[in-house]
Ligand binder design. Structure first.
Ligand code: NAD
Ligand code: DAU
Length: 506
C-alpha cells in the first residue's frame, strides 16, 4: 500500500477501518443545524451548499428540499459556477462546524473518534480530491486534519465532558435493582446529580442489606421512585420495569461468608432473580440492560497476572458461582434473544453506606466501638480496591457508550493485602496491633484479585480517579461521623450473624 503515510503507526487493517468509519460519518449522515434563524434537519451536503450558495437563496432552498444527501450534492455540483468568492476561506470552518455537530449529536461518533487515539485519520474518498485521498490518491485530506483537531480538543477532559453531557441530556427512565444496598445507593445519588432529566425507579426487597435510610434525602425528589419488591417475583418486576428505557441490575446477595453459610438464597436471588429480570426486559423491549457483576467470577490469581475480559470463568464460592451463572444468563439473552446487554465485572468497592459485614466497614465500626477486628488466616490475601464513585462513573460510561453485547472489567489499580488495609484502619483510629484477632481462614479463600482495565480505558476512556489513600481516609471519616447509620444496623439480625460467623467460628 504505497500511498499510505509512513508515519502511520498501526496496521493497514485498523487504519482502513477508521478510514471507512470517518468517510461514512463525513459524508452521508443527516444532522441538525441552526442556520439563518431556522433549524434545518439536513444532510451535510445541503448545509455546505447553504454557505456555498449564499448568493442564491432559491438554490439553497432547492438543495434543502432534495430527497437525499446525494441529490443535494448533485444540485450543488451542477451549480459550481455560483460559488462565493471567499469559498476557499470558509470551506474548512464550515466542515469543522459539521463535524462538531456530528460529535455532539452522536455518542457513537465521539466514541469512535476517541478510539483513534493519536493515529492519523484519513478520509479515503475516491470521489473527492479535496476532502479525501481523491481519485489520484494525492492525499490532501483536509477532512482528516479536522477530525484530528477536534479529537485534540476532546482530549482536554473538560471539552469531552461537555460533549458527553450535551449528547446524553435526554429524558430517560432507568430501573435500578438493589438500589437500597451499598453500591446501588451511591449509584442513584451519582446519576440523579449528573442527569437532571433522568427518572430513577429503585426496586429493592429490603433484605438485611437494604436500607431505606440511605435514600431518605430523596423522598421529595420527583425524579426518584422506590418500589419494595423482589426480583424473583414477576409481578413486582413488571410493575417496576414498566415504561423504563434502561435497567441497571445491582440486586444480589453479595457477601461471600454468608454464601458459605447458606448458598440457597444466593442461587434464588442471583440466578433465578436475574432470569426473571431478563425475561421481562425482553418482553418489554428494554433498550439497555446493564448487569453488575464481580471479578470473583474469574476465580483467584497467583502472584502474577490480572483478570481480563477474555479469561475463562473459574468461580470458587457459592457467591461467585451464582454471579458467574447470572453473567452467563445475561450473555445468553443477548445471543439467543438479542436483548441489548452489557456487563461489568468490578473489583472490591469501598465507600460510604457499605454494610458493616464487609472488611473495611466492619473493621472501622468495630474499632470505633473498641472491639477487636477479626483477620482471616495470614492476612496476606490481596484485593484490588476501587472507590464506589469510580465504579459508578464506569457504569455510567458503559451505559451511555458501551458496546452492546460486551463485557468490561473495572478495577481500582490499587492492590493491597488485608494486613495493609488493617494497619491503615488501625492507624486512622489510633489503635494498636493488639486489636487484631487472628481467626481461622475463610473456606476456599481466594488468594489474590487484580484487574486489567485496559479495555474500558482504551475503548471508552475510563480510568479510576480517586486515589486510594485519599478515598480510604474520607471513607473512614464517614463511618466516624455516621455512627447512627451503622449502630442501628449492628443490632438484631446482625448480632445473630456475627455470633455464627465469628464467635462460633471453627
Ligand atoms: P449489597 O448487599 O450492599 O446490596 C444488595 C441490595 O440488593 C440490597 O439493597 C438488597 O436489599 C437488595 N436485594 C437482595 N435480594 C433482592 C431481591 N431478591 N430482590 C430485590 N432486591 C434484592 O450489595 P452491594 O455491595 O451494593 O453489591 C451490589 C452489586 O454489585 C451486587 O450484584 C454485587 O455482586 C456487585 N458487586 C459488588 C462489589 C463490592 O465490592 N461490594 C464488587 C463488584 C460487584
Ligand atoms: O471482588 C469483588 C467482591 O468483593 C464483591 O463481588 C463482593 O460482593 C464483595 O463482598 C467483596 O468480596 P470479598 O470477599 O473480597 O470482600 P470482604 O470485604 O468480605 O473481604 C475482603 C477480604 O478481607 C477478604 O480477603 C476476606 C478478608 N476478611 C473479611 C472479613 C469480613 C477478613 O480478613 N476478615 C473479615 O472479617
Amino acid at each position: 500500500m504505497q500511498f499510505r503515510d509512513s508515519k502511520l503507526e498501526t496496521s493497514g487493517n485498523i487504519i482502513g477501518f477508521f478510514e471507512r468509519e470517518f468517510y461514512v460519518f463525513s459524508n452521508f449522515s443527516s444532522f441538525q443545524v441552526e442556520w439563518c434563524g431556522r433549524t434545518w434537519q439536513t444532510s451535510e451536503h445541503a448545509y455546505q451548499a447553504s454557505h456555498f450558495f449564499e448568493t442564491d437563496p432559491d438554490l439553497v432552498e432547492q438543495i434543502h428540499k432534495a430527497k437525499s444527501a446525494h441529490d443535494a450534492y448533485k444540485i450543488a455540483k451542477a451549480n459550481k459556477d455560483k460559488v462565493p468568492k471567499n469559498w476557499e476561506d470558509i470551506k474548512i470552518p464550515i466542515m469543522e462546524d459539521i463535524i462538531r455537530n456530528k460529535v455532539e449529536q452522536n455518542p457513537y461518533v465521539l466514541h469512535k473518534l476517541l478510539q483513534t487515539e493519536n493515529k492519523l485519520i484519513i478520509e479515503d474518498s475516491p470521489y473527492d480530491d479535496f476532502w479525501g485521498w481523491g481519485e489520484n490518491r494525492t492525499g490532501r485530506n483536509e477532512l482528516g486534519k479536522i477530525w484530528m483537531k477536534i479529537r485534540e480538543e476532546l482530549y482536554q477532559q473538560k471539552t469531552k465532558d461537555n460533549y458527553l453531557s450535551q449528547s446524553t441530556n435526554k429524558e430517560r427512565k432507568i430501573l435500578i435493582t438493589g438500589g437500597a444496598g451499598f453500591i446501588g445507593t451511591n449509584f442513584i445519588y451519582y446519576m440523579l446529580k449528573k442527569y437532571p432529566n433522568y427518572k430513577i425507579v429503585n426496586l429493592d426487597k429490603l433484605t438485611y442489606a437494604g436500607n431505606l435510610k440511605n435514600l431518605e434525602s430523596l423522598q421529595d425528589n420527583p425524579n426518584y421512585t422506590f418500589i419494595k419488591g423482589d426480583i424473583c417475583n414477576e409481578e413486582d418486576v413488571k410493575k417496576a420495569m414498566k415504561d423504563c428505557d434502561w435497567v441497571v441490575h445491582f440486586a444480589a446477595e453479595s457477601h461471600v461468608d454468608r454464601s458459605i453459610m447458606d448458598p440457597d438464597t444466593f442461587i434464588r436471588t442471583n440466578i433465578l432473580g436475574t432470569n426473571v429480570l431478563l425475561r421481562i426486559a425482553k418482553e418489554l423491549g428494554i433498550k439497555r440492560f446493564h448487569h453488575i457483576s464481580t471479578d470473583e467470577v474469574f476465580g483467584e490469581l497467583g502472584a502474577d497476572g490480572k483478570f481480563h475480559e477474555l479469561m475463562a470463568y473459574n468461580p470458587r464460592s457459592p457467591y461467585s458461582s451464582s454471579k458467574a451463572a447470572s453473567d452467563h444468563l445475561v450473555c445468553a439473552y443477548f445471543h439467543t434473544f438479542g436483548l441489548p446487554i452489557t456487563i461489568s465485572n468490578c473489583s472490591n468497592n469501598y465507600g460510604p453506606y457499605q454494610f458493616p459485614e464487609k472488611l473495611i466497614p466492619l473493621f472501622a465500626t468495630n474499632l470505633i466501638e473498641d472491639k477487636k477486628i477479626p483477620l482471616y488466616g495470614d492476612g496476606l490475601n490481596i484485593r484490588d480496591w476501587i472507590h464506589v464513585d469510580d465504579h459508578s462513573s464506569a457504569v455510567d460510561l458503559i451505559l451511555h457508550e458501551g458496546k452492546i453485547g460486551e463485557t468490561y472489567c473495572v478495577g481500582g489499580d490499587s492492590e493491597k493485602t488485608n494486613l495493609e488495609i488493617t494497619h491503615l484502619i488501625l492507624n486512622y483510629f489510633n489503635k494498636g496491633e493488639e486489636m487484631i484477632e487472628r481467626v481461622p481462614d475463610r473456606r476456599g479463600h481466594d488468594r489474590r484479585y487484580a484487574i486489567d482495565f485496559s479495555k474500558i480505558k482504551n475503548e471508552l476512556g475510563w480510568e479510576p480517579k480517586i486515589n486510594f489513600e485519599d478515598g480510604i481516609k474520607e471513607t473512614l471519616k464517614w463511618y466516624k461521623e455516621n455512627i447512627n447509620w451503622w449502630k442501628e444496623i449492628k443490632s438484631g439480625e446482625y448480632l445473630e450473624y456475627y455470633e455464627k460467623q465469628y464467635i462460633n467460628r471453627k
